[in-house]
Design a binder for this molecule. Structure first.
Ligand SMILES: *Cc1c(COP(=O)(O)O)cnc(C)c1O
Length: 394
C-alpha cells in the first residue's frame, strides 16, 4: 500500500476523512462501501475504457514540444488533455462517475459548477446516458459564463441559480448538498475535483489516473524509459495533477511539481496560492489545507483562471505537500498569461489559462540539459479567448 494513497479509513496522513452532516451519511456511506467493488468490476472497466477511447478520444497524445524544449534546455513533453472531447481532463472523471451512478441505480445527477467547465462535462455525460441533470451555479457565475450555461442547456441540463451568499461556487455547492440530502435514494452527486468527503478524492484520482498510466507507456515507447525526471501540473482542487502524479508517486526519483495560482501575487490578498498561505481545516467535507482567516472563515480566492480560483486543495495534495513528496509552487496571473502566449507562439497550441500556470513555472527552473519533463496540458484555451484578448489587447 502506498503511503501517498488513501488508507482504509479515508485519510492521507492527517488529511481527508468524511466530515458531512448526519443527513448525508447514508449517501456517502453507500459510495464508500461500493465504489471500489464497482470500479474493479470487469464490465465497468470495459465500458469505461471503451468510452474513453471512442467518445473522449483517448489515449491523449504525449507530444514532444521541440521548440519549447529548446527554449528551456530540457526534453519537454506535453500530455495533451486539451485534445479530449469537451476540451479538458474533466471528462475522464464525469465518464467514470456516470457509469458508477448507473450501477448504483441512480436516475438523477446533480453537480455544482463555478466557471461552468465541470457543469458542461457533467451535462455531457448525462446526455450521453439519458439521465436527468441538475447543475447548481451561482447567480453571478451564470451571468459571467453565458456560453457554458448555453452548452449545458443545449444538452438538456437544468441550470439552477444559487442566489444566497456571494452567489458563486461555494453557494452552488451548498445548494447541491441540500438537494442531495433531500434526494438521497435516486440521486448521485458528481463532484468535479479531488475534493469532498471520502471516497470522492480517491475515486476522482483513480478516474484521472489514466493520465499518468498512458504517460508511462508513451514515455517508454518514445524514450525507452517509463519515468521522466519531473512531472508538473496546475492545481485548483487538484484533479488533473492527481491524475498526472498518480503512477509516479511511489517512484521517489521522479520530482513532482504542483503549480497553484498566485493571482496578483501571494501577498496581495488577491490570490489562490493555498499551500503558501493556507492552514489546516475542513472544507467541503474533508480535512485539508485551505485559506482562512484567524477565526476560520474561508477567504475568497482570486485567480485570472476560473478553474484555479479555489480556496483549498484536495487532501491528497495537502499530504504530498506536508510530507515533502511534492513541491508546491505558484505562478501569478501575469506569469501564466505570458507562458500561455509563449506556448502559442512556439508550438501553435493555445492552452487553457489554468494549464498556463504549470507552463509558467518553467521560467523559474534550472535544467542541466538532459532532464525529461512531462507537463499536463489540462485543457485548451478556446474558453479563455476573451481573457487573452483583453490581456494582450488583441
Ligand atoms: C477545472 C480545470 C482545472 C482545475 O481543476 P483541477 O481539479 O485542479 O484539475 C485545470 N485545468 C483546466 C483546463 C480546468 O478546466
Amino acid at each position: 500500500m502506498s503511503k501517498y494513497q488513501v488508507n482504509s479509513k479515508g485519510y492521507y496522513g492527517p488529511f481527508g476523512g468524511a466530515y458531512v452532516p448526519e443527513m448525508l451519511y447514508p449517501n456517502v456511506e453507500e459510495l464508500q462501501t461500493q465504489y471500489l467493488q464497482i470500479m474493479e468490476d470487469p464490465s465497468f472497466k470495459e465500458e469505461f475504457d471503451q468510452l474513453l477511447k471512442d467518445y473522449v478520444g483517448r489515449p491523449s497524445p504525449l507530444y514532444h514540444a521541440e521548440r519549447l524544449s529548446k527554449r528551456y534546455g530540457a526534453t519537454i513533453f506535453l500530455k495533451r488533455e486539451d485534445l479530449n472531447h469537451t476540451g479538458a481532463h474533466k471528462i475522464n472523471n464525469t465518464i467514470g462517475q456516470i457509469l458508477l451512478a448507473e450501477r448504483l441505480g441512480k436516475k438523477r445527477i446533480i453537480a455544482e459548477t463555478g466557471a461552468g467547465q465541470h457543469g458542461v462535462a457533467t451535462a455531457t455525460v448525462c446526455a450521453l446516458k439519458g439521465l436527468e441533470c441538475v447543475v447548481y451555479m451561482g447567480e453571478i457565475d451564470i451571468q459571467r459564463q453565458a456560453p457554458n450555461v448555453a452548452r449545458m442547456k443545449m444538452m438538456g441540463a437544468q441550470v439552477v441559480a444559487a442566489t444566497s451568499g456571494s452567489k458563486t461556487l461555494k453557494d452552488a455547492t451548498n445548494e447541491a448538498l441540500r438537494d442531495w440530502i433531500n434526494n438521497p435514494v435516486d440521486t448521485h452527486y458528481i463532484i468535479g475535483s479531488v475534493v469532498g468527503p471520502h471516497p470522492y478524492p480517491d475515486m476522482v484520482a483513480r478516474f484521472q489516473s489514466i493520465i499518468s498510466k498512458e504517460t508511462k507507456n508513451q514515455l517508454l515507447e518514445k524514450t525507452g524509459k517509463p519515468n521522466p525526471d519531473i512531472v508538473m501540473a496546475c492545481v485548483g482542487g487538484g484533479s488533473n495533477a492527481a491524475g498526472m502524479f498518480y503512477h509516479f508517486l511511489d517512484e521517489e526519483n521522479v520530482r513532482i511539481i504542483a503549480v497553484e495560482a498566485a493571482g496578483l501575487g501571494v501577498d496581495t490578498g488577491e490570490t489562490a496560492a493555498t499551500t503558501a498561505l493556507g492552514q489546516e481545516g475542513v472544507l467541503h467535507g474533508s480535512r485539508s489545507i485551505l485559506m482562512q482567516t484567524e477565526d476560520g472563515q474561508v477567504v475568497e480566492p482570486y485567480s485570472i483562471s476560473a478553474g484555479l480560483d479555489y480556496p483549498g486543495i484536495g487532501p491528497q495534495h495537502a499530504w504530498l505537500f506536508r510530507s515533502g513528496r511534492g513541491e508546491y509552487v505558484s505562478a501569478t496571473d501575469d506569469e501564466a498569461m505570458q507562458a500561455g502566449l509563449l506556448l502559442t507562439q512556439l508550438e501553435g497550441i493555445i492552452p487553457a489559462i489554468e494549464s498556463s500556470h504549470a507552463l509558467a513555472h518553467l521560467e523559474k527552473m534550472k535544467f542541466n540539459g538532459d532532464e525529461t519533463v512531462v507537463i499536463c496540458l489540462s485543457g485548451r484555451g478556446d474558453k479563455d479567448l476573451d481573457n487573452y484578448m483583453k490581456y494582450f489587447n488583441l
